[in-house]
Design a protein around this ligand. Structure first.
Ligand SMILES: [Fe+2]
Length: 437
């Protein structure tokens, strides 16, 4: 047999993996569903929960709805509203210390990816204490397996895109090492994700644009990732990684997420009152999250970590302006056109399917597909106010070496690309990402 029966992209390789996995959590999606979280918590047997949020979300109507629902269901709430905008190893551990002191039997998180990731880490370190680097991805940390089950966690996003409510991933800055890394384990995946699109009403335009591109990039990266069949077969089933590579299941939500995001992104940015567009983007974000949670991202995300971590003076309209910050979705998409132009050369037919879902014509010559995908992305970036590449967020030629070092250290992501990637390749990609128009 020379090909996988489902799709020839998943061709068998000697010693390669033959099995793909499907792992999802429970989800509730719909306007007003935040009011049901109290009943959901009771159904999980929870009597006293740590409610994680941040100072901004604490003031939104969504917080009052959720809080009242929990109290109305007779669930005690220990409120932790000091989650950092960009979490760090220290802020993760501060959350864990709070959870220990509050003696809770479960977690509810309300906010963006930072809040949900902090609740995951607080749950992990309060339940299974360890040195911080024990659970962090190799080679930066030791990537030790989480020893057992965590407490129940209900994750309620007030934004969209990170899809942290669906994934077993928590990302943070490691302050002393000056790198961004994360913890990846199916054990830290929330038990339940609760997505209420009415919570998106207050999002500023550039936040919608940045998160929409995060969704698109999750979906395109996961769809174009290295096929799972090229990964070495594991010695035993329990060693299969969450980031298993592209697979027939992950393809489905990814392609649909690309179609929906391509159709609604510009509308959702242009008009905050366009609830249809924002509902659809939140659903696309969920689909892409299911896609990358079962597949894994590759180069645009690997490159985004140093772009966010090495920020100098850039501040983004719509985010807190008190410190320099390249928001995650922007840090990803400024790399995406250069990265996909590069990866399309390796697997043009696969990229052509992503381009088709994106609503663009597919060029006849395979060598033109990467350029067409990059052009489609940059057109949409310009239309939605995204900065012009790395130079638009404050980087120049002189920064490329340090950016390449940071991206090359993201081994899990770099290895998930559809071709081998060297440090020199990353230097060339960052150079190509400096400006697009
Ligand atoms: Fe992302």
């Amino acid at each position: 047999m020379t090909g996988h029966v489902i799709d020839p992209y998943f061709h068998r390789s000697p010693g390669g993996e033959d099995v793909f996995s499907i792992e999802n959590n429970a989800i509730r999606f719909g306007p007003g569903v935040l009011a049901e979280v109290g009943a959901e918590a009771r159904a999980l047997g929870l009597r006293r929960v740590a409610l994680f949020t941040d100072a901004r979300v604490r003031l939104l109507p969504a917080f009052d709805t959720l809080h009242a629902g929990l109290r109305g269901a007779g669930v005690d709430v220990a409120l932790y509203d000091s989650v950092a905008v960009e979490p760090t190893d220290r802020s993760f551990l501060a959350g864990a210390a709070f959870a220990v002191g509050a003696a809770v039997d479960g977690f509810v998180s309300l906010g963006g990816g930072s809040v949900i990731d902090t609740a995951k880490a607080a749950n992990l370190f309060s339940t299974w204490p360890a040195d911080f680097l024990d659970y962090v991805n190799a080679p930066i940390g030791l990537a030790r397996p989480v020893p057992g089950k965590l407490k129940p966690h209900i994750a309620c996003p007030t934004t969209f895109g990170t899809a942290s409510e669906t994934t077993g991933i928590a990302v943070c800055d490691l302050l002393d090492l000056r790198v961004k890394s994360g913890i990846v384990s199916r054990r830290i995946r929330p038990n339940l994700g609760v997505l209420d699109p009415t919570a998106l009403a207050s999002l500023p335009k550039l936040v919608v644009a940045a998160n929409g591109f995060d969704v698109l990039s999750h979906a395109i990266e996961s769809f174009t990732a290295r096929p799972f069949t090229l990964r070495a077969a594991p010695g035993e089933p329990g060693l299969r990684p969450l980031s298993q590579g592209a697979n027939p299941y992950g393809d489905q939500p990814c392609l649909q997420a690309i179609r929906i995001a391509a159709r609604f992104l510009e509308r959702a940015v242009a008009d905050p009152a366009d609830q249809e567009a924002r509902d659809n983007l939140m659903f696309a974000g969920l689909l892409a999250g299911i896609g990358f949670g079962n597949t894994g991202n590759h180069l645009p995300h690997a490159m985004s970590y140093p772009v966010a971590g090495q920020v100098k003076a850039y501040t983004a309209p719509g985010w807190p302006a008190d410190e320099p910050l390249v928001p995650h979705g922007i840090a990803v998409v400024v790399n995406a056109p250069a990265a996909f132009r590069f990866t399309a050369a390796a697997t043009p037919q696969r990229h052509a399917r992503a381009l088709e879902a994106f609503g663009a014509g597919v060029p006849d010559a395979p060598g033109d597909i990467g350029e067409a995908l990059a052009a489609r992305l940059t057109t949409l970036m310009r239309a939605t106010g995204i900065p012009n590449g790395l130079s638009g967020v404050g980087y120049a030629e002189a920064d490329i070496d340090i950016l390449a070092d940071g991206a090359f250290a993201q081994k899990r992501l770099v290895d998930n690309a559809p071709l081998p990637v060297t440090r020199a390749d990353l230097v060339a990609l960052f150079r190509a990402a400096l400006r697009y128009w």
